[in-house]
Design a protein around this ligand. Structure first.
Ligand SMILES: [Zn+2]
Length: 174
């Protein structure tokens, strides 16, 4: 990974010079060179995130099967605003829109986000609290142990997983 640009520039929304903008270049095993642009304005809260690479626009499904906690801790999830992330065996789906914040994070960090959403759900639906607690417990265990499936689908191919071990990821063009 190399930092192409990093600095505070004029915010395109509010015009303050507090837009923290970063461009990162990743060399990925499946997508070639990927340019990630990410920005956040501390004045108005505006966020920007985009991913660019050669094979833009192809719908992709990225299937990630971490074998252990190291894969979970050291693999990166890049999720654009059009990416859906789900796990058939853990039983959750984060759709764009409702939970559509673009992110670049470790898979571990993402799983903690999933726990946050589950905690919020518990407040909204206290009658399901026991089931949600069980879910959260399972997520924590899988973060430690690996052995689950995480799938990222993106109609524009702008979401992917940068694996710690290449053999844990399969990319399908759908
Ligand atoms: Zn701003």
């Amino acid at each position: 990974m190399s930092v192409v640009y990093s600095g505070e520039v004029t915010c395109p929304v509010c015009g303050a010079k507090t837009f923290r903008y970063v461009e990162l270049l990743y060399e990925t095993p499946f997508f070639g060179n990927v340019l990630i642009q990410s920005g956040y304005c501390s004045s108005c809260g505006y966020r920007y995130f985009d991913v660019d690479y050669a094979e833009v626009g192809r719908p992709t499904r990225v299937v990630f099967k971490p074998r252990d906690g190291l894969d979970v801790a050291k693999s990166l999830l890049i999720r654009s605003k059009t990416g859906t992330v789900y796990s058939p065996d853990l039983g959750f789906t984060l759709e764009p829109g409702t939970h559509g914040e673009p992110v670049i994070t470790t898979v571990e960090g993402f799983m903690y986000k999933v726990v946050d959403y589950a905690e919020r759900l518990k407040t909204l639906e206290p009658e399901n609290a026991a089931r949600v607690d069980q879910f959260i417990e399972t997520v924590y265990r899988k973060v430690e142990e690996g052995g689950f499936t995480l799938i990222v689908e993106d109609p524009f191919g702008k979401s992917f997983i940068q694996p710690y071990r290449p053999e844990t990821v399969v990319v399908e063009y759908v």
